[in-house]
Design a protein around this ligand. Structure first.
Ligand code: KIV
Ligand code: ZN
Length: 526
């Protein structure tokens, strides 16, 4: 392949905490975002887009907390073209030695006419004025013409030229709605290279969405045409169908290095643990057949393939599991494993626990080891997520007793303990055992919520695998997600439900959620 620039290094710009968090049901707490940011730093991404500070006080606080940890990568925040957004980003990111302001405005005719109701000249002025303002505050400014792939190329070139003249150091070309196809996108990048003076002096970047399943292919086309920064997310999470998946683009560049002749700074052995971490935090399950990180990505079923593999792994394997941080067997620890081994494994899985959290997680691990013979990575992740969700309070599950029988109402008796040391016990009935437990929890906590979705997965393999439940609920117009894990699926569901209620109560304590609301929507059958 002919290289389009002398620069052989692809910068990986991770936007899991911004575009990724925009995926339905993927909002995260500050603590969860910090966990992911630390894992991204360990993965050695170049830039972490930590959020959109003007979106809410919570967004501002999490971007600031991440920047203040000064983790190593450049910390970036997103801003619309207005003073308030730009100043907020600066205030949030400036704690990091390396920080960036990312300014965007839509440029396509559809967005100009229907969303912004602004003429081309106005948009151009707004873009340049905002880039200039951002440059007054920060050396490192990125500019994105939103919906670039549906913008008239000549106008796109004009806006980009003006943004560079105003001081942008990175020009990012987004395929905002996942409309591009690789050949055409390659042409667009070549067109810009030809028609934008000064484009060779800045970093050209690409940002693709996956609406037609081509985000990675389009990003690679842009790279082949000269892009040197790729914006992507762990597991490809993001708006609608998601963004370009970080693990796929990184492994495509690494595995086909003889074709691309380019490298990233990513430690590929951290890909799998980081993917698992993001999946367990967001509750976004990774499909089994997902490239690079799916359960089946390195599994060989057909006899002929297995035979080939036994002769030489390269017959059917283009990457080694170890390259992406997967061990052949993830059977890790057992009843007799010590605290040391447990702590090392937790760290390998991308979790950074303090002494208190480690102790609590280790106790939970020992308890689980008494109930379950084989313990896998998924079990350890589940333990940590459980400890995490309950340690934040105010309610903790003490005990749960459920009875259910065909053709009869199920009943549940729940005992909860709150931060003040008060114990509350309630019983309730419903058509199914999970619904009965949820009703009892609502009565005990006094919080009534509307269940929107209930997902149950097996956290690991084997007959004694733990059940992992993710619930999505609505309360006063806000969507909340909670997860719980247990060898007993009713208990797992109850933990997830309680996590959500705890989140609502903590928001209420901070004055962000006041009125009780919600109604029973679709839980009757579970
Ligand atoms: O998809 C998009 O256009 C974006 C921009 C804000 C970069 O996310
Ligand atoms: Zn996007």
């Amino acid at each position: 392949m002919r290289k389009e620039t002398a620069d052989d290094r692809i910068r990986i710009f991770d936007t899991t905490l911004r575009d990724g968090e925009q995926a339905p049901g993927c909002s995260m707490t500050l603590r969860e975002k910090l966990r992911i940011a630390r894992a991204l730093a360990d993965l050695r991404v170049d830039v972490i887009e930590a959020g959109f500070p003007a979106a809410s006080p919570g967004d501002f606080a999490s971007v600031k907390a991440i920047a203040d940890e000064n983790l190593g990568p450049t910390i970036c925040g997103l801003a619309r073209c207005n003073r308030e957004d730009i100043e907020k980003v600066h205030a949030a990111v400036k704690g990091a030695d390396k920080h960036r302001i990312h300014v965007f405005v839509a440029t396509s005719e559809i967005h100009r006419e229907h969303k912004l109701k602004m003429a081309k000249e106005e948009i151009l002025k707004s873009a340049t004025g905002s880039v200039r303002l951002a440059r007054e505050l920060c050396e490192d400014v990125e500019f994105s013409p939103e919906d670039a792939s549906r913008t008239e190329p000549a106008y796109l070139a004009e806006v980009v030229t003006a943004a560079i003249e105003a001081g942008a150091r990175t020009i990012n070309i987004p395929d905002t709605v996942g409309y591009a196809v690789p050949g055409e996108f390659d042409q667009l990048f070549r067109y810009l290279k030809e028609h934008v003076p000064g484009l060779d002096d800045v970093v050209l970047s690409v940002h693709c969405h996956d609406d037609l399943g081509m985000a990675v292919a389009n990003s690679l086309a842009a790279v082949a045409a000269g892009a040197r920064q790729v914006e992507c997310t762990i597991n490809g999470i993001g708006e609608r169908a998601g963004n370009c998946s970080l693990e796929e683009i990184v492994m495509a560049l690494a595995t086909r290095s003889e074709y691309f002749g380019l490298e990233t700074g990513v430690d590929t052995t951290r890909l799998y643990p980081t993917s698992r971490l993001v999946s367990s935090i967001t509750g976004m399950h990774i499909p089994r057949n997902k490239a690079v990180v799916g359960e089946n990505a390195f599994a060989h079923e057909a006899g002929i393939h297995q035979h080939g593999m036994l002769q030489h792994h390269s017959t059917y394997e283009i990457m080694r599991p170890g390259d992406v941080g997967r061990s052949h067997s993830n059977l890790v620890l057992g009843k007799h494993s010590g605290r040391h081994a447990f702590r090392d494994r937790v760290k390998d899985l991308g979790f950074d626990l303090d002494e208190f959290e480690t102790n609590r997680a280790f106790q939970a691990f020992k308890k689980l080891a008494d109930r379950k013979k084989d313990l896998y990575d998924g079990d350890i992740e589940a333990i940590i997520m459980n400890v995490d969700s309950t340690s934040a309070g105010p309610w903790m599950l003490q005990s749960l007793q459920v009875t259910s029988q065909t053709d009869q109402q199920a009943s549940a008796v729940i005992r909860l303990l709150n931060d003040n040391g008060d114990e509350v016990s309630e019983s309730a009935q419903a058509d199914g055992p999970v619904a009965a437990a949820f009703n009892a929890i609502e009565q005990a906590t006094g919080v009534c919520i509307a269940l929107k979705n209930f997902e149950l997965h097996s956290a690991t393999i084997g007959e004694d695998a733990q059940g992992e439940v993710v619930v999505t609920v609505e309360h006063n117009g806000n969507s909340y997600r909670g997860h719980g894990v247990s060898v007993d699926i009713v208990e797992a569901g109850s933990r997830a439900y309680l996590e959500v209620i705890n989140r609502i109560l903590r928001r209420r304590e901070r004055g962000l959620d006041t009125v009780d609301g919600g109604s029973d929507v679709n839980r009757a059958s579970i």
